[in-house]
Design a protein around this ligand. Sequence first.
Ligand SMILES: Cc1ncc(CN)c(N)n1
Length: 230
Amino acid sequence: MSALATPGYGRAFAFFREAAGPEWDAYTRHAFVEQLGDGTLPRASFLHYMRQDYVFLFNFARAWALAAAKSDTLEEMRHAASTVAGLAEGEMALHVEVCAREGIDKDALFATKETQENLAYTRYVLESGYSGDLLDLLAALAPCVLGYGEIGLRLAAEGRETPYAEWIATYAGEPYQAICREVGALIDGAIERRLGADFTAVPRSRRLAERFTTATRLEVGFWDMGLRGS
Ligand SMILES: Cc1ncc(CN)c(N)n1
C-alpha cells in the first residue's frame, strides 16, 4: 500500500486501521466518496449529507469536549479542547457556507432532524465516553477525524474535475491535516501513557480496535444515508 494511502497519523491509528481490515476500505472508498471525487454525486445527496453532517459535527464537538473532561493531563486536555475549536471554527464553517449558497441558513441547518444513522453514530461515540475512559472515547472518535483526512488527501492527489473540489480541499488542506496529526499524536500519547509503549501486545488494544472498527462501520452507514438522499 502506498504512503499516501496510509497517512502518518501515528502508531495507534496504523494499528487500528490495520485491525479494521476491509471495513476501512468500505468507509474510505465508499461510493459516496468516489462520486465526490469524480463529480457524479447528485447535488441533492450532497446537500442532504451536509445538513446531517452539520448536526453530526455539533454532537461530535460535544464528544471532544467530553474527551477534555476525561483527560488525565493538561496536554491531553489542551489537544481535546483545540479539536473542539477546530471543528466549530473550521469544519462547520464549510457546511454553513455551502448551505448558505443554496438558501439554507444556519437556523435551518441546526434544526435538521437527525436520521437514524446520524443518531446511532453520535450516540455510540458519546456512550463510549460516558461508560468508558479516554481511550474508549478516542478509539470511537478516531475514524471520523482521520478517515476524512485520508479521504481528502487521496481525492486531492487524484485531482479529478469535480464540483466538490471545495469539500475535498477542506479535508486535504493544511488546517484539517494539522488537526489529524495532532489527534494522531494525542491518541499515541494517551495509549502509551496508559498501556505502555508496547501497547499493541496488551489485550486491551484489541478491544479498543473493535471500538474503532464499530465506529468505522457507522461511518459506512452515514455515507449510505447520504447516498440515499432526503
Ligand atoms: C460523518 C462524519 N465523519 C467524519 C467527519 C470528519 N470530521 C465528518 N465531518 N462527518
